[in-house]
Design a protein around this ligand. Sequence first.
Ligand code: FAD
Length: 336
Amino acid sequence: MSKAILVIAEQRGGALRQVTLEALHAAQRIKNEGDAVCVAALGQHIGWLGEALAPYGCQSIQLVDHAELEHYNPEAYFTALKPLLQELQPRAVLLGHTAIGRDLAPMLAAHLNAGQISDIIAIEHSDNGGGDIRFTRPIYAGKAFETLHFTAGTAAAEPVVVTIRPNNLPPAEPVEPQQPDAPTPSVVSIDFTPAPSLRTVVKDVVRKTSGKVDLTEAKIIVSGGRGVKSAEGFQPLEQLAEVLGAAIGASRGACDAGYCDYALQIGQTGKVVTPELYIACGISGAIQHLAGMSQSRVIVAINKDPDAPIFQVADYGIVGDLFEVVPLLTEEFKKA
Ligand code: FAD
């Protein structure tokens, strides 16, 4: 039976977040023939999202545009999504494993009485004919992987809620409008009346980082640990990041020492990142730090201690003083 696969889109600062395209890719992978991929987007002044999402092969784009939804508010977002879930009765709901997705997904799963699979990094054995779909996710702080599955088409196993770790699945590709199977999505505006009893209201959001590149979606991260020794010690890393178009990250050691803001912390109790390239400077490689970055495609470690555990996960290791090595790398990359 044809059903809906619902993707909850995320946007920030007038741009669609990359993880939404990755969720759209996941939707195409798990859908059965005849299923409709629907996207829901919430926010304020988000009419542009209709056009931005249209090329990605979805059948409908549901926009909930309201001042109360300008900033993420769990209660307001949940209230706004409930009628949509009721109407679509989705087989699966897909979200990014982001701050918003992690908060919203369990609420949606509880409401739908659905199973939830979180933080997936791969989808296997999927076909479009209703076969078994397997989701892989890291466990034990990235030391092992587990594969979970629900049996597509089995009513007892549906619906499911799935969150997708950013930067692991490929993004959905735009479908050329002239392709015969290119759907023309309907863009639907959904009314939202916030309940007068909303218990929380977001007045303002103060961003702690002015970083040009979002840490969780960055392709390259230059990260500093206690080895940078001071807030000023991050400057060579920032110069390297500037040349590479990278985001800056940090270990908790650097954050605890006051060298940088906790918004930059990567690890078990910080952000989980999966960039193409992770350059760890003056970071020892504690298990809690590895939990947040060990899935990076290529890891480069710069540490003056040859026995630092970070070298065990690094693809390339440079034993040396970061204050000598990092400026040299910056100069070399400038030439490239
Ligand atoms: P250190 O361990 O002090 O390492 C500094 C490194 O810099 C050393 O290897 C040293 O050789 C090198 N160094 C020094 N000077 C130079 C130089 N000039 N050039 C090159 N190298 C140099 N940590 C996280 O990162 N993220 C988390 O989310 C996190 N969560 C935690 C949760 C819990 C419950 C606990 C208990 C701990 C958590 N930690 C976390 C802390 C973690 O255990 C480590 O203490 C922390 O990661 C250490 O940070 P560091 O590597 O920067 O510092």
